[in-house]
Design a protein around this ligand. Structure first.
Ligand SMILES: Nc1ncnc2c1ncn2[C@@H]1O[C@H](COP(=O)(O)OP(=O)(O)OP(=O)(O)O)[C@@H](O)[C@H]1O
Ligand SMILES: [Mg+2]
Length: 369
């Protein structure tokens, strides 16, 4: 179906060129163009617009996004900017725009951006979810992989997983994936990318599930600087409604930088050696201030025996903090992961899979911490 598009471009010299670009595309009909957002707000109703393509380098245009959506609730707002600015892109997204793209743009780029951003799910800010563990072998990657699958299944919105366990990341093994590009190439190119051009660096794993792989060799890890990783995660927030980041275990500037960016942090530990509650207590000390500032800090323990609520409360008492979830000792699921049979080999009726679905819905609807 042809969509009626209204163009709002402050730079008069650009209007004709952009109008020409839109006219070239079969999927769109240029309904009107304006050089002032106020005029677009006041005069667009007779055109029954489906899409507003607006130049958000103009702060007035950005500020008008809520009014545009209020006056034209059926329409989508697609933003364009000359240089990628994550702050502006996130601000527009918060106000309800479906996404941003870079100018100068070609006709097919508008079509691609529309379909990419529509697949993402509801407009609005993404959920950035980081996974931290005080020590290695804590069940962290198992949780990331399963939660990513559950979130994409339950929400129907898009999920992007980033394997930022840079030296020995194993998410590609969990998913039996042979990625073409990895986080190394994404970090190298990020300064030149926009959401739509970052998208192919992610590999599709299931309908609404994509992954950016860890480096193929440990020595390549140093090519991914903290600053580039942060930019990748922020841009991924334009592509995916949920961005899950697997991190190396322990504390480092890179780990804490990602946790600072995240709105939700899972602290994971696996019951086994006997010291995990002590480590978790100490780790929680690092995050206490953020918790007070409103970040959602959730503790999950894996391989909990006995697997019952009393044991969960006992663990919570030991760490002096709520335990959001406990996971049973589950050999079946683990052999699925270790044999790279995810997501197809999962038994969604198993206790642990149901638990992941529950954690996913808590994230979607903001349930218990
Ligand atoms: N609930 C569970 N029950 C039984 N085994 C589990 C469970 N969760 C994870 N495991 C197993 O424990 C091991 C470590 O899990 P995982 O790789 O998820 O931890 P990690 O914290 O990501 O480790 P790393 O420090 O290597 O990144 C794996 O062999 C995994 O199959
Ligand atoms: Mg891991």
């Amino acid at each position: 179906m042809v969509q009626r598009l209204i163009l709002v471009e402050t730079d008069a010299s650009q209007i004709d060129r952009l109008a020409g670009v839109v006219r070239e595309v079969e999927d769109f009909e240029l309904a009107a163009s304006f050089d002032k957002i106020g005029a677009a707000l006041g005069q667009s109703s007779m055109f029954r617009p489906d899409v507003f393509l607006i130049d958000v380098d103009d702060p007035n245009a950005r500020d008008a996004i809520p009014d545009l959506l209020k006056n034209f609730p059926q329409a989508s707002v697609l933003c364009m900017m000359e240089h990628w600015n994550a702050d502006i892109a996130e601000q527009c997204q918060r106000m309800g725009a479906i996404g941003s793209m870079l100018t100068p743009l070609r006709g097919e780029e508008i079509v691609e951006a529309m379909s990419t951003f529509e697949r993402r799910g509801q407009a609005g800010s993404p959920h950035i979810i980081a996974f931290f563990s005080p020590k290695g072998r804590s069940g962290k990657t198992t949780i990331v992989a399963n939660l990513a699958i559950s979130l994409s299944r339950r929400s129907g919105e898009s999920v992007g997983v980033i394997d930022a366990d840079l030296q020995f990341g194993d998410l590609p093994i969990f998913f039996d994936a042979e990625p073409v590009s990895t986080i190394v190439e994404a970090a190298r190119d990020i300064k030149l990318l926009s959401p739509v051009t970052l998208s192919p660096y992610f590999m599709q794993l299931a309908d609404q599930l994509h992954m950016l792989s860890s480096p193929k060799r440990p020595e390549l890890a140093e090519l991914v600087e903290q600053e580039s990783l942060i930019e990748i995660i922020r841009m991924a927030g334009s592509l995916y409604k949920y961005v899950l980041i697997d991190l190396p275990s322990g504390v480092s500037p890179l780990v804490m930088g990602v946790c600072e960016l995240a709105d939700t942090i899972f602290l994971t530990g696996m019951i086994g050696s006997g010291f995990e509650t002590q480590h978790m207590r100490r780790a929680l000390g690092l995050f206490q201030d953020w918790s007070a500032l409103g970040k959602d800090i959730r503790v999950v323990f894996s391989r909990v025996v006995p697997y019952n609520d009393e044991e969960r409360r006992r663990l919570a008492d030991q760490i002096d903090y709520p335990v959001s979830a406990i996971l049973p000792n589950e050999y079946l699921l683990i052999s699925t992961a270790n044999s790279g049979k995810m997501p197809d080999g999962i038994d969604f009726n198993s206790t642990i899979a149901k638990k992941f679905e529950l954690i996913a819905s808590e994230l979607m609807y903001g349930g218990a911490r």
